[in-house]
Design a protein around this ligand. Sequence first.
Ligand code: UD1
Length: 422
Amino acid sequence: MDKLLIRGGRELRGTVQISGAKNAALPQMCAALLTTERVTLLNVPRLRDIATMRQLLDNMGVKTQTHGERGGLTLCAANPISPEAPYELVKTMRASVLALGPLLARFGEATVSLPGGCAIGSRPVDQHIKGLQAMGADITVEHGYMIARLAAGQTRLRGARITTDMVTVTGTENLMMAATLAQGETILENAAQEPEIPDLADMLIKMGARIEGHGTSRIRIQGVEKLHGCEHQVVADRIEAGTFLCATAATGGDVYLKHGRADHLEAVIEKLRDAGATVTAVQDGIRIQSSGRLQAQSFRTTEYPGFPTDMQAQFMALNCVSSGTAKVTETIFENRFMHVNELVRLGAKIQIDGKVSVVEGVEKLSGATLMATDLRASAGLVIAGLMASGDTLVDRIYHLDRGYDQMEAKLQAIGADIERVK
Ligand code: UD1
């Protein structure tokens, strides 16, 4: 199993090219199920979750092909398509549930495995189910699978007013995709506003969908009978950019994140500035300059535009060596502090009390062998390793490979001493 060996203490300097967003590309790949025509995505990141989604779609009969240097991926869901997502694939990636809405909308039936548990919390999909039921789907759970079909006498999903109990990103995406082909108008209240949602809506609109209000908490969709192919460039990954911002703030240095979107990272950038780093939105990117010890910052994770839960571990790593004490409150997932015990092994001082971690900054971390537990926790451990003295070995980095496009190569290029070892 691959590990990352990091010799800490180097400043980061240079340019990093930010890839397309994993969490935007995954629903966009599923959106290809909504049409018989070819859909071309550009700027698709090269990472494991994308390969898994491709395998899932290939398995259904979708023809997929990568092309060009720019992360091109063409998908064609011409008939016949088998509308099934098996457990073997869904269990490795929860985002597979994003196939449910498009399959049901186009084929009137879908069999998708329930995703089951996950390292960061229970993560149910009840809101996806509730919304599709409101649109006229019959959904039963049998043998671990959601079996969905249109209610008797219906030939298409029908528009509905849906208010989800909580803000859910993939839930909003699933229902928005399903609604594009439904009969009549769908209104999604309490919709997620993460940048991946308007990026998906922009793509669907290119395919002929009629959507308004994306990027706000109320999305209105007028269903159409048919969608067509399109070409779409995947938005830049705000979490990858945020991770490199925290890494540079932690080690010190001066890095330009080409294609990074400062407007999608305001909550994180504000905290970095309060901590003492200089962060500027520049032409087609973000620049960060940092030197000396920063000030620890308290924050709460919330839905967009608040502080993203997917940046919690990385910012916590930075807090570990900042001066002062900070309170980190995780409000989205119930079990997302698994990196804490690993950080403590490097000498960090952190106490967990339910949803809150109190971090007391120390002068220095010292390298050790660490175990990655989930995708973003792994990124937090890499940042800690970059700051620690001596060697840090991060084990189980397959988690990192799920969501970061060549992270160690990008870090090496800006001066980090990091290598992949078997
Ligand atoms: C997406 C992101 C993930 C990010 C998360 C929160 C993708 C592929 N993944 O995950 O990286 O960490 O948003 O920003 O885009 N919930 C329910 N029932 C549901 C749906 C959600 O109870 O039917 C709960 C979840 O358990 C969680 C909260 O709602 O506590 C938010 O989850 P949600 O926004 O749905 O996360 P994902 O879309 O799975």
